[in-house]
Structure formats: structure tokens, C-alpha cells
Design a protein. Structure first.
Ligand SMILES: O=P(O)(O)OC[C@H]1O[C@H](OP(=O)(O)OP(=O)(O)O)[C@H](O)[C@@H]1O
Ligand SMILES: Nc1nc2[nH]cnc2c(=O)[nH]1
Length: 184
């Protein structure tokens, strides 16, 4: 990795680019089997899920529709405000559809439990959650993903869609920032 770039701000890498790409192939193959002959609606949760959604769905070899919701509960910081805000809703009707929610991380679980309740209320036929990362230590809501890429420890992680103050989403791996970055 080049010196004098954003990589210098990373203390350690938790999941490498190669591991992520291999996992996307694996999970894509699982979705291919599960949705054979169906036409699921894959819903990406902006902004964090963007790289994962793009990579996993390229390995999902069934017809599918994509849509996005923008919800936020972190306001740019490192802990959940506890309140989920819808910043952009879907353009697609959920009623009767097989929904695949694509997330980058489940931490407190508040974002996903809010979305699952919303899609149930909108009468989805089925709902599956696919997340790249699971941080079980952060959980306050009772929610589990159906497919999980990697479990991460109780640390604030960045990269591959995940931000700190809107930065670091463009890293191709998952890492932890050097403590001085949070200093200002
Ligand atoms: O399980 P939780 O504690 O709810 O945390 C998970 C959510 O937090 C992050 O989103 P954020 O609200 O920061 O929005 P962003 O994806 O636009 O950064 C992440 O992308 C998940 O959507
Ligand atoms: N960037 C980032 N966003 C999160 N949202 C919930 N947990 C996390 C985390 O560990 N990192």
C-alpha cells in the first residue's frame, strides 16, 4: 500500500480485500440457489452497503431487481443515536415480494429491526438479511442475519462502504483507524 495516502491512517486490517471478494463469490452462490426461478427485490441500505451490494449481486446468477433505501442513525459519529431516520425511501412496492436486505454491518441491530418491521408492515412475501459484517457484542435489538460474511470484534470499523465522518468508504478492505484520527 502506498505511503502518504489514506492507508497510513489505518491501525490494522481486520478483513482483507481478497477475503471480502472470496466471501462475495460464496454468498452470491448461496443466493443463486435460494432464489432460483424467483424474482427477488434486493434492497441496499445506503450508503454503507453500496460496495458489498455491487460485489455480491454480481455473483448472484438469478433475475433480480435492485432498489435502495437511505436510512441513518449514526449522524457521522461512532455510536448509534438510537433513532432511525428514513432519508430516501424505495421506488418499488414491497407487497408480495421476496426481499433480500443487503447490509454492510449489523451492530446494535436497530437499523435492521426497523427495516424488517417496515417491510413486514408493507406485506413482503419473505425477508432475508445478508450482511457482510456482524458485530454481536454491539447488539441491543433482537435481530439475526440469515447470511453473514464475517464476525468482527467490538471495535469501530471502517472501509468497504463503512465510514467515519463520511470518510474511508472507498477502502477495499475493513480496518480500524489509528486512535489519533478520532482526536480531531
Ligand atoms: O446495527 P446498527 O447499530 O443500526 O448499525 C448498522 C448501520 O449503521 C451504519 O449506517 P449509518 O446509519 O452510519 O449510515 P451510512 O451507511 O450512510 O453510513 C451501517 O451502514 C448500518 O446501516
Ligand atoms: N463505520 C461504521 N459504522 C457502523 N455502524 C454501526 N457499527 C459501525 C461500525 O463499526 N463502523
Amino acid at each position: 500500500m502506498a505511503q502518504g495516502t489514506i492507508h497510513d491512517e489505518i491501525e490494522k486490517i481486520l478483513v482483507s480485500e481478497e477475503e471480502i471478494q472470496e466471501k462475495c463469490k460464496e454468498l452470491g452462490a448461496v443466493l443463486t440457489e435460494e432464489y432460483k426461478g424467483k424474482f427477488p427485490l434486493a434492497i441496499g441500505v445506503l450508503k454503507g452497503a453500496l460496495p458489498f451490494m455491487s460485489d455480491i449481486l454480481r455473483h448472484t446468477e438469478t433475475h433480480l431487481e435492485m432498489d435502495f433505501m437511505d436510512v441513518s442513525s449514526y449522524d457521522g459519529g461512532t455510536s448509534s443515536t438510537g433513532e432511525v431516520k428514513i432519508l430516501k425511501d424505495l421506488n418499488t412496492k414491497v407487497e408480495g415480494r421476496d426481499i433480500i436486505i443487503v447490509e454492510d454491518i449489523i451492530d446494535s441491530g436497530l437499523t435492521l429491526s426497523y427495516l424488517v418491521d417496515l417491510f413486514k408492515y408493507r406485506k413482503a412475501n419473505s425477508i432475508k438479511i445478508v450482511t457482510l459484517l456482524d458485530k454481536p457484542a454491539g447488539r441491543t435489538a433482537d435481530i439475526k442475519a440469515d447470511l453473514i460474511g464475517f464476525e468482527v470484534p467490538d471495535e469501530f470499523v471502517v472501509g468497504y462502504g463503512l465510514d467515519y465522518a463520511e470518510k474511508y468508504r472507498n477502502l477495499s478492505y475493513i480496518g480500524v483507524l489509528k486512535p489519533e484520527i478520532y482526536g480531531g
